[in-house]
Design a protein around this ligand. Structure first.
Ligand code: ADP
Length: 398
């Protein structure tokens, strides 16, 4: 059984073809610049060699066809026929309160995903386009939608409500949803397995630190709070997103900089965070290098990031009344011993102590806690595609 996992963005499609028998990745790749000049598919059969296919890709339909053709191509394909694709799993960012779990895609599910366009205008429409494109290209192949928000549906109202007039929640469903749910769920589960303890007995904080970053408090296997909010803009400072700011700044900037809504959105989502503060890059590696070379703004950007993560960890320890495991995952969390060390510095009062030697690990599952640490500190590489493939088959088997 082979599952095609798709993550459709506004101008991109990320894909992986996963062999369910041994959970190996048969091929993966990326379609970029859909609807923009210079569109290209980078296809990686067996995940090593890269094949670049340049072609006009005006829409997601053409993009999906190109991906399918690459998968069956006699030279760089990995399957003989499209009939070998058992199912397709789609990553959908926003499931609102409608989808507390992954769902088989039928007309009702499609209507549900569409009804959430209003609260996820950037993320749900491209996922929907991907669903429709696959329906046309692979008629009859079952599909499942896996939502970034589902795992966080267990948050209690006191955690997900905003202190705004209640009518706005009723009218627009404005509340905290949280994102990266598949990642937080997966790494928390792996941590429990690694430690050989039932997840129901553990208080876990998972730090998904990539270009987008979020932190989740998981009590007994359930998400009880998370740093992202109504959209993925909230929480800690990120690659280009501002994270939490005083909301009055928005009105101030609209007035004093004459910004319209689109400009404002762009400023908060694309020009802030690491990039906005450092003025150098949204990539941690570039900013770390600049900081090492004495760039003060780069240093400040990194200090702010670490400070935000620490604040969330502290607040989540207090709401859970304790902590057993602290997990680091995603690009920076998995690969930067320096960032983990800084975040865990001066946290011994909370029982968090990292072992600098064990912490020298990159991209591998590891317990990096100091022997005196009350809290287990772990590095767990995330694997959102694998979770989507597993959920897809699980939902379809029911
Ligand atoms: P996303 O999926 O949100 O685009 P990733 O999880 O791939 O992001 O994380 C990307 C981030 O991880 C980048 O900012 C990158 O600099 C950082 N990163 C990756 N490898 C390293 C490393 N070795 N050291 C520091 N940062 C790293």
């Amino acid at each position: 059984m082979k599952v095609l996992v798709l993550n459709c963005g506004s101008s991109s499609i990320k894909y992986q073809l996963i062999n369910a028998e041994d959970e190996s990745v048969l091929a993966k790749g990326l379609v970029e610049r859909i609807g923009i000049e210079g569109s290209v598919l980078t296809h990686r059969p067996n995940c090593d060699e890269k094949v670049r296919i340049e072609a006009p890709i005006p829409d997601h339909g053409v993009g999906i066809k190109l991906v399918l053709n690459a998968l069956v191509d006699p030279k760089h394909g990995v399957i003989e026929s499209m009939n070998e694709i058992t199912a397709v799993g789609h990553r959908v960012a926003q499931g609102g309160s409608l989808f507390p779990k992954s769902v088989k895609i039928d007309e009702k599910a499609k209507e549900g995903i569409k009804s959430l366009f209003g609260i996820a205008p950037l993320h749900n429409p491209p996922a929907y386009l991907g669903i429709e494109a696959v329906e046309k290209a692979l008629p009859g192949v079952p599909m499942v939608a896996v939502f970034d928000t589902s795992f966080h549906q267990t948050m209690p109202p006191k955690a997900y409500m905003y202190s705004l007039p209640y009518e706005l929640y009723e009218k627009y469903s404005i509340r905290r949803y949280g994102f990266h749910g598949t990642s937080h769920k997966y790494v928390a589960g792996r941590a429990a397995t690694y430690l050989g303890k039932p997840i129901e007995d553990l208080k876990i904080i998972t730090c998904h630190l990539g270009n987008g970053a979020s932190i989740t408090a998981i009590d007994g296997g359930k998400s009880v709070d998370t740093s992202m909010g109504f959209t993925p803009l909230a929480g800690i400072s990120m690659g280009t997103r501002c994270g939490d700011i005083d909301p009055a700044i928005v009105a101030f900037l609209i007035e004093h900089e004459g910004l319209n809504i689109k400009d404002m959105d762009n400023l908060l989502n694309k020009k802030s965070g690491l990039l906005g503060i450092s003025g150098i890059s949204n990539d941690f590696r570039d900013v770390e290098e600049a900081a090492d070379n004495g760039n003060e703004r780069a240093k400040l950007a990194l200090e702010m990031f670490v400070y935000h993560v620490k604040k969330f960890i502290g607040s989540y320890v207090s709401i859970m009344n304790g902590l057993d495991v602290l997990v680091f995952t995603a690009g920076l969390g998995e690969n930067s011993p320096e960032a983990r060390l800084e975040i865990c510095k001066d946290m011994d009062w909370l029982g968090i102590k990292i072992d600098p030697e064990k912490n020298k690990v990159r991209g591998k599952e590891a317990d990096v806690s100091h022997q005196d640490s009350k809290v287990k500190v772990m590095v767990i590489p995330t694997n959102e595609e694998l979770v989507i493939a597993r959920e897809t088959l699980e939902i379809l088997s029911k």
